[in-house]
Design a protein around this ligand. Sequence first.
Ligand SMILES: Nc1ncnc2c1ncn2[C@@H]1O[C@H](COP(=O)(O)OP(=O)(O)OP(=O)(O)O)[C@@H](O)[C@H]1O
Length: 551
Amino acid sequence: MASRAPVRFPGSGGPGVNKHLSPRSARSDSMGERRRVSAWSEDGGARAGGDPGGGGGRLVPLLRGIFHVEKTSCDVSLTSSRLLWSPIRPDTPGSSKVQAQPQEASIELKDIFSVKLKRRRLAGQEKGGTLLGLTIFVCIRKGHKLKEKAIDFHNLSEDFCDIWHRQLKEILNGFPNRPKCLKVIINPHSHKGEAPNVYYRHVAPLFKLADIQAHVTETNYKGHALTLLKECELQEYDGIVCVGGDGTVSEVVHGLLLRAQMDAGKTVNGNLSPVRAPLPLGIIPSGTTDVLAYSLHGIKHPVTAALHIIMGNIQPVDACTFSTEDKLLRFGFSSMFGFGGRSLALAEKHRWMPSSQRRDFAVIKTLASLKPDSCELSFLPISSQQLPFHHKRKHEDSLPEDKDEWKHIGGELLNVSIMAIPCLCSMAPGGLAPNTRLNDGTMELIIVRNTSRPEFVKHLKRYATQKNQFDFPFVETHLVKEVKLCPQNTQNGNGFYEHTELSEDLHPWNIDGDLLEASSEVHVRLHPELINLYGSNIEELDEAKATCNCL
Ligand SMILES: Nc1ncnc2c1ncn2[C@@H]1O[C@H](COP(=O)(O)OP(=O)(O)OP(=O)(O)O)[C@@H](O)[C@H]1O
């Protein structure tokens, strides 16, 4: 017997149901063939196998039969890459009328995430019931949003539906990266206690539909996720899912990357060359700002996040290490020092306030006592050789050619942002760092020098508009690989630390929305594609529209 060629499923493309008028390569079956199930090979022989050409433009049915779709009797074919159906037109003997081509619809198999036998059941009945056919669950994309759609294929024959069900399941099981078992970590306090509700209402039913086992832990204290990730048997899982706001995501990312270093036997110190995270991480946005989820999915939408996980859409993302000379402080994606760090420190002191009020209160209060930090800042710009293609034309001339050359800046700085991801959020839809991308091997360094309060406010307000927020004489941006920042004068004299009760020697950093206090120089290094996140490259998706707005 000839051996079966493996079925290959091509990668990405536009999901959804396609309806188009086209001549069918396969002839519609007559109603008399209703119970006949054929599995066609390339040479027409009946076998339940794959298409060695992987689709390759030719429609080679693996299965073909008749179902009712939307109350119309349809000729349905399953090829190795698509499910196609078109209405059956009965022959009218003697009619000379030329019949219009039947409207054909199809879905790509890679867009299907579940197939279930559909049964009519009485209320409360869990098993059995009269078979009605199959329901196919498809992931459809509308802009950045992903949605589920169910399509019913009715046929009352158990044997017939069973063959289709098994064949479709086998195909779905062959898709890479689709998780079967996940560890889910929920912060029950995120966004006024909404996170569990978001998970159980919007995400858990989709995981169940996709036959994903989810082992859920609700955290009991700050640091619980970190402890959990240090101790749990990661090999049991295909991925980790975090349900919470930026602070929780930051803790989980740090925990997952720390665990990777432990497992690799690495000494975790300031010079660490980190290994990659062992498992992909899914982020279900349930906080107030949700910068990471927004940057990853282009939208703050738990169902979109869940469907990226279910579909196994993997996006490698650059991450940073934040360290002192001898100690690793943190893994993360973005940081702010100065105004951004102080306002977070102040917000954390007022956790009893509702989160949106807390943030506004902290920003206003920090603006009221706005003052610069005296800093020594060094950075290693990326060279013109390392410049990602999307920046090439604008930046090439201003960069060092190919050798590493540290640059130094000293003085009074109001804010320093160092970001490896664009940090999209509702307050800054274009991103806090619009010139970097999720995995382009660069961090954007944004330095805001001392200026008057009204000018600084003007700069901040621009983030919410289309205008260039960096177009001020006191702002400069660089694409960098490393940054060292050392505050010079820890005594600020106006009592700011009295508000926050921070020690005078400690400087607040905002790292991915989580507060970190450091007393000495912090060294930030970029590590390309250190972690896989469930999501897609929205920048590539928007590429056609996007224009580089680098300074
Ligand atoms: N059970 C818990 N009790 C107290 N704190 C927790 C618990 N679980 C996690 N945390 C911590 O709570 C902090 C804030 O969490 P998170 O950012 O998810 O919520 P949020 O502040 O409501 O959201 P956002 O930051 O978007 O406003 C994180 O630093 C996290 O480590």
